[in-house]
Ligand binder design. Structure first.
Ligand code: SF4
Ligand code: SF4
Length: 214
């Protein structure tokens, strides 16, 4: 039996993609494996996709051109390893210098520093934000689960970066209102117990979904 079911359904009068967790032992890796086919599914309506029905691979109106990506801690470590860089050098090479100085780990955008010819060059280790983003309608409960997982992982990276002197924490110079909103979100998540799960994990298999379910 699959531990996760991804379905098309309705919730409060809105239709969209939903998530059903069918096994108490399901992990974030199980959810990601079940979610991945959506990217490759040309039968679901994709708001920004070519002709609205397309696979994400090679998409011409690629969301990666404008994406605001702060990676989760697991992806961050895997991307740095993939580039054979220590964490500090990885940040210097691929993150937005101004934002890092102001304490926010945003990857270099417009287009994303890892996008080449409309293809992600670090696809197997891309972050949760990237993995979960599909430009289609998602039901509220599913959106909440995804949001909670992504921001907990991002907050864990922030804590890790602060503890290891990878970013400054005091300055707010150079931050837009958008950036400040993200910093506020990170502060909201900072003391949630689930952050420790991400801090202790090496892989998405190590993150149980149960503590994230409402
Ligand atoms: S999610 Fe991004 S890559 Fe996929 S169809 Fe939408 S805009 Fe294109
Ligand atoms: S890391 Fe990859 S998937 Fe994520 S925004 Fe960049 S190019 Fe796109």
């Amino acid at each position: 039996m699959n531990k996760i079911e991804i379905f098309k359904g309705n919730e409060n009068g809105k239709s969209g993609i939903g998530i059903k967790v069918k096994d108490d032992n399901a992990t974030l890796a199980d959810l990601l494996a079940a979610w991945q086919p959506l990217c490759d599914d040309s039968n679901i309506y994709k708001l920004y996709g070519d002709n609205h029905f397309a696979v994400c691979k090679g998409c011409n109106t690629n969301c990666c051109n404008t994406a605001y990506v702060i990676p989760d801690i697991i992806s961050f470590k895997k991307m740095a390893d993939h580039k054979n860089l220590d964490h500090k050098s990885f940040i210097s090479a691929f993150f937005d210098r101004e934002k890092v100085k102001a304490g926010l780990l945003r990857m270099q955008p417009d287009p994303c520093v890892f996008l080449e010819e409309n293809i992600c060059t670090i696809y197997p280790c891309r972050s949760l934000i990237c993995r979960f983003y599909v430009c289609t309608d998602i039901l509220g409960t599913a959106e909440q689960l995804i949001y909670s997982l992504a921001w907990t992982g991002i907050t864990a990276l922030q804590v890790f970066a602060e503890e290891n002197d990878l970013i400054d924490t005091d300055s707010k110079a150079g931050l837009s209102s958008f950036d400040l909103m993200f910093k506020k979100l990170i502060e909201e998540y900072r003391y949630k117990p689930q952050v420790k799960l991400f801090l202790a994990a090496d892989n998405y298999e190590d993150i149980p979904l149960k503590p994230f379910l409402a």
